[in-house]
Design a protein around this ligand. Sequence first.
Ligand code: PEP
Ligand code: MN
Length: 338
Amino acid sequence: MLVVFKRGASEGDLDGLLELLKQENLTGHVSRGAERTVVGVVGQTYPELRDKLELLPGVEEIIPISKPYKLASREFQPWNTTVTVGGVTIGGDRLVIMAGPCAVENEKQLMETALAVKAAGADILRGGAFKPSTSPYSFRGLGEQGLKLLAKARAETGLPIITEVLSAQHVELVAEYADILQVGTRNMQNFILLDEIGKIQKPVMLKRGMSATIQEWLLSAEYILAQGNRKVILCERGIRTFETYTRNTMDVSAIPIIKKVSHLPIIADPSHGTGKWYLVSPLALASVAAGADGLIIEVHPNPDKALKDGPQSLNFDTFRQLTAQLTSVAAAVGRKIG
Ligand code: PEP
Ligand code: MN
């Protein structure tokens, strides 16, 4: 439930509530808006609690949150969350473009790509160092060496970096290098990993599980939020359906649904969403038209030679064409670019 304080409520009133919640073994998540302070109460609540809270000094009203996810819901926070990294704000009026190779392969490949995507208008560099791999025989990433190359690319281009963290034991290491941690589709319900990421104040992009409902996805976001990390970004990356023409089915409808039911920013990943490079631009444009806060796009200097996800990677030319096309679609839905 949500405890809404009166306009003139004091810090003492807020402390009184938080103290009472502690006694009840509940957690209060404070959110200070321009108009009013609200506290999201999470944990095992009971019907009489509402009456108790209503009587506290400074309290205006108690609003039950109908959804199973609480802190992720728009009921908890009506205004949009924004997450800022290295001067780039995600969830604001500017569209944010993340781009780079699926996997960091070597210094030359990464540096060339970083410079090319930056020149074409990207705001953030992506690249996997710890790669999830369906086959144990495929390339699984350079590990810490890949993180070091990403840090070098950031130093040379000024682009913040996003990279995947595969397991709870790597959170500290990856967080040392990355500006945004990525949780991949296969780990969306790795609850131990989500707990660990929730305990640090590092922005995180949580990809939708390939077979997860929107509610399950938001409950996973709730794990991170409930631990105290509010810097959560969602990413729609396609879901498994009966269709085999595409690698996944890009669920563009998830974008306006998330906007309706949650305050968290949402990024679209048409690379994994389609699995085919020539479908990336159309679905990128559709996602922006549907209200996405940004895109994450796989780009490689020579997709035919890529160690991972070459068939869905744009080359420098096709990426440049996409960013040029984006400007007018973004403008049509009131977003700026660049
Ligand atoms: C990736 O971004 O390269 C990746 C592995 O994504 P996903 O977890 O969506 O498959
Ligand atoms: Mn990939």
